[in-house]
Design a binder for this molecule. Sequence first.
Ligand code: UVW
Length: 335
Amino acid sequence: SVPDFDNLPAVEGHPQGCSWGVFDKDGKKDHYGTLNFLTPEIVAAAAKEVCDGISISLNWPLNGIKFPFPHRKAPVHKPISLREAGMEIDGFDDELEINTQFSSQWDSLCHFVLPSGETYNGFKPSVELLQTTSTEGNDLPTLDHWHSPAKGCLVARGVLIDFKRYVDETTDKTYDALDGHRITVEDIEAVAKHQGLEIKAGDVLIVRTGYTEFLENPTPEGFAKMATMSLSGVHGTKETAKWFWNKRIAAVASDAHAFEALPPLKEDGEVGAVSDLVLHKWFLTYFGLPIGELWDLKALGEYAKQKGKYSFLLTSVPLNHPGLVASPPNAVALF
Ligand code: UVW
């Protein structure tokens, strides 16, 4: 059993709530963080969610963003004729060059680092280390570890908090993911109650804001709003982080840009910079809790609403390349 946030053992130089060392086993440093909550019992119970024989993809197209995006280049897809490539056969291959953060993604525990250069469990990723480990194997908590025989990728009970539908149906407003609304823990609990959903230990908690749906049909007014980077997401505070740890949430995902609302707020409530992303720091770095972003949640929301059931079996198989910091999730919800 893992201690609550306030009772986690102190880690020198880091705040109360830092989980480093808690999941280490047999003198080996842990690479999985909160995926350790996914015990065989939890996974077997999650499989019981499947009753309807329906599977829903949660992967937005890799080229979902249709406009130039700062710092992250769009995918380049190159179909190749086998005969033109010199093979004695008619047919095709293709090549795909992607930034793994451009569309639906997992942020691994190496995505965000503290000013000390440390990430989860005191690992210190660097471009050089990530690059050399691509060929020589690695000891960083990157996504390829999810493919180890000990892990078998991610299989869990997924739970959807359909915040957009909740606001649309219970207020006279149409929820706008571009209004910078900060979804609090109280909001999450209210939506869960409204949906008749119980959140359990080991769940992957998924929040729908409607952001990717806007990106599919962007309007000039929406673009103007987007320029301010005031985007809806979960309210990034230490108290929010504490709630997720104490619920033993195994991972989180959303259709939002950064899972947490932008711009981030500093501990004193002042507007901060991207480096102040509070939940990135607590989840990825202090807890080892993976964050999914830009997932496609429209069809999931519609099916869950139709069935009145917001829990399902979730499977996710990231790309298996050594040293991978992020990856398309290849995520599927099964009812
Ligand atoms: C942001 O771009 C703000 O978040 P991430 O790097 O996690 O995508």
